[in-house]
Design a protein around this ligand. Structure first.
Ligand SMILES: Cc1cc2nc3c(=O)[nH]c(=O)nc-3n(C[C@H](O)[C@H](O)[C@H](O)COP(=O)(O)O)c2cc1C
Length: 345
């Protein structure tokens, strides 16, 4: 029998299939099904700072809210308060709202730990350095096995330089690594002025894993209604190639593990990512499309392929096709279709 076990950020995994963060990982029954079908670890749904801010705003508007009444009793009517009083009121309510949402999230981590035996990776998506500290510590205390930072800066603010945008990633990792001892991964998008170099630098920050790459929400235009709508929510099975290229280029050059993500829908894509050098893969869209049985299909498919090639362990072939290990490293860098074009009429 082939041994599919592997390590990711120091976590011992029974195979390299990690379930990516999504609405599917926000529910205990789903986590149990994922484990039953062979998932090696799960990244639970991100807690979003926007979500917390929205709840805070709602709370602020809710004049009948007990906490606001409590606050008014002790500090007077916050609407007529001086700036400093208002500030105190605001931070009081803000912290209360934060705790409410966070407590639900923390309870979910603790419940998930009880419901399944596989590692539970928490996920946070924030935009402010202060909150990252706060959330990270609480998540560790709740029992998460690792923490994934979901940070995606769309460089759409035309007044901000590449350096300013990119510095945020370093600041956030530094802030979080300072306060937690569980492994920390950083899930990235493609938007860096010099992608390869930035990723190499990020791998040297002490981060334990890099998830390459997240797939952002992209708006689309309805040409009849002249409205915006959500673009494709799920990825296509050919979208793995972009991630595979960078996994292949960076494998063996980073000071941390790599989780390949986006467009990995079947065992073939998993095998390609492992050959390119990934430590694990994350899958999401394929579960929306094919159900949890797809996990078992992928794990069985990987094992059968290993047997057919006489590989006894993942380490025997991981990175075999990375840029460092192939005779023609340019294979990963070709971006023009010159040869292909000349053959296509
Ligand atoms: C419906 C849906 C919800 C998602 N929610 C999150 C999330 O909360 N946090 C996160 O880091 N990624 C989230 N993602 C992104 C996935 O984790 C994954 O990175 C992305 O879908 C690309 O992988 P895939 O091609 O296997 O789907 C979500 C994806 C989908 C489709």
């Amino acid at each position: 029998m082939a041994n599919l076990s592997t390590k990711y950020m120091g976590l011992n995994l029974k195979n390299p299939i990690v379930i990516g963060s999504s609405g599917l990982t926000n529910n205990l029954a789903n986590l149990i099904e994922m484990e039953k079908n062979g998932a090696a670890a799960v990244v639970i749904k991100s807690i979003f700072e926007e979500q917390i801010s929205l709840e805070t705003e709602k709370l602020m508007k809710d004049k009948d809210n007990e906490k606001i009444k409590d606050f008014s009793a002790s500090f007077g009517n916050y609407e007529n308060a001086s700036d400093s009083e208002y500030y105190e009121a605001y931070s009081y309510i803000l912290n209360h709202a934060k705790d409410q949402t966070l407590n639900d999230y923390l309870k979910f981590i603790a419940d998930a730990k009880k419901a399944v035996n596989i590692p539970i990776i928490s996920s946070i998506n924030c935009v402010s350095a202060y909150n990252w500290h706060y959330f990270a510590r609480k998540i560790e205390e709740a029992g998460a096995d690792a923490l994934e930072i979901n940070l995606y800066i769309l460089p759409s603010n035309l007044a901000r330089s590449a350096e300013e945008n990119e510095q945020v990633y370093f600041d956030v990792v530094e802030a979080i690594k300072k306060v937690v001892s569980i492994p920390v991964s950083l899930k990235l998008g493609f938007y860096f002025s010099s992608l390869g170099q930035s990723i190499i630098k990020l791998s040297k920050t002490g981060v334990d894993g890099l998830v390459l790459f997240n797939r952002p929400y992209t708006p689309d235009i309805d040409i009849d209604k002249f409205e915006f709508n959500a673009g494709n929510i799920t990825s296509h099975n050919y979208d793995y190639a972009q991630s595979m290229r960078w996994v292949g280029i960076l494998s063996g050059r980073l000071d941390c593990d790599i989780a390949a993500a986006t467009g990995i829908h079947d065992e073939t894509a998993v095998i390609k990512q492992l050959l390119a050098g990934a430590n694990v893969v994350q899958i999401t869209s394929t579960l929306y499309e094919n159900g949890y049985e797809q996990i078992k299909k992928i794990v069985d498919g990987l094992e059968n392929w290993m047997k057919s090639k006489n590989f006894n362990s993942i380490d025997e072939f991981r990175g075999k096709m990375s840029q460092k290990n192939i005779e023609n490293p340019a294979a990963y860098e070709r971006v023009q279709f010159m040869k292909l074009y000349s053959k296509i009429e």
